[in-house]
Design a protein around this ligand. Sequence first.
Ligand SMILES: [Zn+2]
Length: 386
Amino acid sequence: MHEEAGAGLIYWHPKGARIRLAVEDFWRREHLRHGYEILYTPHIGKSWLWETSGHLGFYKENMYAPLSIDEVDYYLKPMNCPFHILIYKTQVRSYRDLPLRWAELGTVYRYERSGVLHGLMRVRGFTQDDAHIICTPDQIEDEILEVLRFSLAIWKALGFEDVKAYLATRPAKGAVGEPERWEQATASLRRAIEREGLSFALDEGGGAFYGPKIDLKIKDALGREWQMTTIQFDFNMSERFDMTFVGPDNRPARPYMVHRALLGSLERFFGVLIEHYGGAFPAWMAPVQAVAIPVAPAFLGYGEEVVRELAARGVRAHLDRGDERMNAKIRNAQNQKVPFMLVLGEKEQAARAVSVRERGGAQRALVPIAEFLAWIDVEVRPPTLP
Ligand SMILES: [Zn+2]
């Protein structure tokens, strides 16, 4: 962060950006494999958009002052939803087109008082791993179950197994939307949790005025709970934007809309991820996956060859060209928590091999390069969900 350039705004340096890229690539691939389409939308929108969505009515204190462009006010987006709805409304949608699952890594800006800003955990600009599910009432139960399963599988693949659900229901006052819809939505949330056998707590009356939701809290390696995933119904925006689909009876009907963010914000997720792994990221995320350590300058050339071969296989490999002694280089790589250290000397060069030290301490001498490539290929492959 650079206070002089603005509080609560995050800069991703090369190694952090590497980890984010690995996570984003995994996230996008799995969303596409699970029936989502990916959207990109603008960062600013005219005031009518935010008046229609209701944000200027109930969320204005969290939005930044408008920019005036051609004498019209534009606001930085605090949420992606209205943009997704505009795309929805470009066509007449039939029940046959539904469900739609539209995801976006969308960067949003929200005003937070400077006193509550806190590292990566509470910021003013962040990227949500957002999605909107738009479906018919008949589809809602399966869609919710699908989202919940998908979320749990993502968390597991990222190394978090301890997940607890919180179900927030209709508030006593001010709720919008027909009571039957609230009932159906809440029942579908509850059944999904029960079918997945998740332990959960009921937050009676704790839902937003626009719909019930499930929050998932995950536990990190230190036993701390973090609220990350939200699966939130919205009965408000579908009304305000008059979203419809044509039903089997040829009449317009109101679809269900669900907002969901799995990781929440990438910035905050990264804060939790660093703590969870203590910096020792799984090999598929690690910014540097293998470091080549020549024992003397004479083996720099061989080191270059090894790194080139690894890079050609897509492994993030680095050659330590420093003039410290070998032990200092190994210590340095240990401190950096690099998963694989490859010691290269006379014997290794003669045998076209590498001597491997793993981050966890295991060692294997003189592994032929081809064999190491096959091994690391598996280690650095991102997980694939069922
Ligand atoms: Zn949304």
